[in-house]
Ligand binder design. Structure first.
Ligand code: NOJ
Length: 551
């Protein structure tokens, strides 16, 4: 058995065995759940791997890459929505929660994926999109048909106010968050696109239907869920106008409805009905839950196992508006991550991620434009895979994929890219300036087909580094269950922290800048266990250099 196979043995441990091949602390002793000791990998279904050659990724394409993912020490795969969808928002507009979209395969392909993954110690995590459905979902078609059908109250309907939209809320994808239905002669609310009407969670029948579909996937063998846009499910008791935040006279709906009081009551019920007593993992997407509120959301009294919160994303723009760039400092990134670490230090758990299908590529988002992309990708990987929490690698991140600029707005597919482009024009930017903004931020940057010819460790230094780091993480109990303490918090070049378990300590130091950085003298005594460069200088980190020391 070579070392890699040996380490894979420790993944089996995450699935319930208590023998630790490294003679360290076993899972039972560490009292951790499998998902706290697992490297997760996110797949954007459409662009991951196309097995049947129709230009769209599919389930058989995922099955074909399971060996690759296993060699990367991946123990769970979150797949973005693969349910039937008109694809207005690439699958986040679902027209049937209970089955698989034929473009991705069949239910039996899905069952095979679960089995093949299980055989490799990998769990499949599904995406639940329960804030809204597609406007083509039969529930909405019925709901909009008149005001007295059995589903009349399944969505959020309001009369016009003085012949206009009930409030001045702007949807996240641009334009009013209210759309008029000529059929029903009322407005319906949509936090995202008009083709994504918000479900009415106040209606117990809606909640029951959603819980039923979640349970059906658990019965099919999924290992858990990533839960989309969950902070929007509870609406305020009164719908009022807000102070406009843009030239269009509207206010972002997020400001008016995110994380409304009472939301946790719904979520406790959701947990009781679907997750309690089942060995699955739940990760909520929770833009706007603050570190101080994390205790109510994750941990002993929480509603999910982990939360994707957004405090370290979008540092380069104001209020998530792509055309309002801002300068940011490394200390902002470090303190955002450290605050979440501290909030979950005693209770709760944290998913570590820098990329997903909604974000620009990490190399472009977190490093200067003159940064060497390979070194930058390796630097970010080092933080991702040595922090406390569960690391999520986004497809292609391990291959060093970077943003790709398109030369015209027409070449962009993503609905939000078009919305942000239009918003920028309304704000007075020229077409060229608006295009530059979307080039930097477009979600298409992360959604292009993966070029699998790049996936050989021999030719790809980023992949090589990911393989080494995931091996290293799983072989070091300090990284799996040790504490986190930030070092050099005021340093604007170096991201450094220590991970401690009992008397054992590891220290990570990564130079995020494109110039040389000085380490404090105390680092001279430390032994380097893993380094991204052969650098003989003990107290100088080269641009983008990453090191892991024995502390
Ligand atoms: C968050 C998802 O990650 C994003 O891709 C989607 O557009 C919105 N939620 C709406 O479902």
């Amino acid at each position: 058995m070579n070392r890699r196979e040996f380490i894979k043995g420790s993944i089996a441990l995450t699935a319930g065995l208590m023998i630790d091949p490294f003679g360290g602390i076993t899972m039972a002793e560490s009292n951790q759940k499998w998902w706290q000791r697992t490297v997760f990998y996110q797949i954007y279904a459409k662009s991951f791997n196309d097995a049947n050659g129709d230009g769209v990724g599919d389930l058989r394409g995922i099955i074909a890459r399971l060996d690759y993912l296993q060699s990367l020490n991946v123990g769970a795969i979150w797949i973005t929505p693969i349910y039937p969808s008109p694809m207005v928002d690439n699958g986040y507009d679902i027209s049937d929660y209970t089955t698989i979209d034929p473009r991705y395969g069949t239910m039996s392909d899905f069952d095979e994926l679960i089995e093949e993954a299980r055989a490799r110690g990998i769990k499949i995590i599904m995406d639940l999109v329960y804030n809204h459905s597609s406007d083509r979902h039969p529930w909405f078609v019925e709901s909009k048909s008149d005001r007295s059908n059995p589903k009349a109250d399944w969505y959020i309907w309001r009369d016009a106010v003085d012949g206009h939209e009930p409030t001045n809320w702007r949807s996240i994808f641009g334009g009013s968050a209210w759309t008029w239905s000529a059929e029903r002669q009322q407005y319906y609310l949509h936090t995202f696109a008009k083709e994504q009407p918000d479900l009415n969670w106040e209606n117990p029948a809606v909640r029951r239907a959603l819980y039923d579909s979640a349970r059906s996937w658990i019965d099919r063998g999924v290992g858990g869920f990533r839960i989309d846009a969950i902070v929007y499910i509870k609406k305020p008791s009164k719908f009022v106008n807000g102070t406009p935040d843009g030239a269009d006279g509207m206010i972002n709906i997020h400001t008016m409805t995110a994380n409304t009081d009472g939301i946790l009551d719904f979520l406790h019920e959701f947990k009781r009905e679907c997750f309690d007593g089942r060995d699955i993992v739940t990760v909520g997407e929770a833009n706007s839950v603050k570190p101080s509120q994390l205790k109510d959301w994750v941990g002993t009294d929480g509603v999910f196992d982990m939360l994707f919160e957004f405090s370290h994303l979008g540092l380069g723009i104001e209020n998530e508006v792509w055309c309002r760039p801002r300068r940011w400092k490394l200390t902002e990134l470090k303190s955002a991550l450290t605050a979440s670490q501290q909030a979950t230090a005693q209770n709760g758990w944290y998913p570590i991620f820098f990329e997903n299908h909604d974000q620009p590529r990490g190399v472009n988002q977190y490093f200067a434009s003159d940064a060497d992309p390979i070194k930058a990708a390796r630097a970010l990987a080092t933080v991702l895979l040595t922090m406390r929490g569960t690391p999520f690698i986004y497809e292609g991140q391990e291959l060093g994929v970077t943003n790709v600029n398109r030369s015209s707005i027409d070449e962009y597919e993503d609905i939000q890219t078009h919305a942000q482009y239009e918003f920028a024009l309304k704000e007075g930017l020229t077409a060229t300036e608006a295009l530059e903004c979307v080039q930097t931020r477009s979600r298409d940057n992360a959604r292009l087909p993966i070029d699998w010819s790049k996936a050989t460790p021999v030719n790809n230094p980023v992949l090589m580094w990911y393989l080494e780091l995931t091996d290293f993480r799983l072989a070091h109990e300090e990284l799996l269950s040790g504490t986190y303490k930030e070092l050099l918090p005021r340093d604007e070049q170096i991201f450094a922290f220590e991970r401690t378990l009992g008397t054992k300590k590891l220290i990570t130091a990564v130079n995020f800048s494109t110039s040389e950085a000085k380490l404090p003298k105390s680092f001279a005594e430390l032994k380097i266990l893993l380094g991204s460069e052969h650098n003989p200088e003990p107290l100088k980190l080269r641009p983008l250099e990453a090191r892991i020391y024995r502390g």
